[in-house]
Design a protein around this ligand. Structure first.
Ligand SMILES: [Zn+2]
Length: 183
């Protein structure tokens, strides 16, 4: 009698599990789409697109798309002669400058673009000196061509967009001013 009840209970559990698997496809939320406007990025337009594609090839909770007509971009991207830098206003929103100063020094443009977009995606600078880290930025050797986030950086971005994390406005500069220097 007991055995029969246990068997019945086991069948019920299996049936329930089966219903759940069949009925509820895992709740895969649509990625949050961020629109970027690179039309003022001058000679860096294609490298900015490349940086966006790098993130799109890895992240599932967020997508970077070129802005379409009539839409307000989340991210505006410019080119100038200073250091590359990013100003974030909140998670997924802000401005990026593809500064020529780093390119002139030999830093790899796709890495710069993916790095600066990383700030918009909520990642701070971590100047580890390691080329494997995208957010090590200019602390990695100039010869570093790694333009992809490492697993920890990617996990952090995924978590940010899974929870719509609150990120305080921040400014980041590719090359920090030397200690004691003004500005
Ligand atoms: Zn940075």
């Amino acid at each position: 009698m007991l055995l029969r009840r246990l068997a019945a209970a086991a069948i019920a559990v299996v049936a329930l599990a089966g219903v759940q698997v069949a009925g509820a496809t895992p709740a895969q939320a649509a990625p949050r789409v961020l629109y970027y406007d690179a039309r003022q990025a001058q000679e860096f337009i294609s490298v900015v697109n490349q940086g966006a594609q790098i993130w799109n090839s890895r992240a599932t909770n967020v997508r970077l798309e070129p802005v379409t007509a009539g839409r307000t971009p989340n991210i505006r991207i410019y080119a100038d002669n200073g250091w590359p830098r990013a100003q974030t206003t909140s998670l997924g929103n802000g401005r990026v400058w593809m500064g020529r100063q780093a390119v002139d020094q030999g830093y790899y443009p796709p890495r710069i673009a993916a790095h600066e977009l990383g700030h918009i995606l909520g990642l701070p600078d971590r100047r580890t000196g390691l080329c494997a880290d995208l957010m090590s930025g200019s602390s990695a050797p100039v010869s570093c061509t790694n333009s992809y986030p490492n697993a920890r950086e990617l996990a952090s971005v995924e978590a940010n967009f899974r929870s719509s994390a609150a990120v305080a406005p921040q400014s980041y500069v590719w090359q920090p001013a030397p200690a004691g220097a003004a500005g």
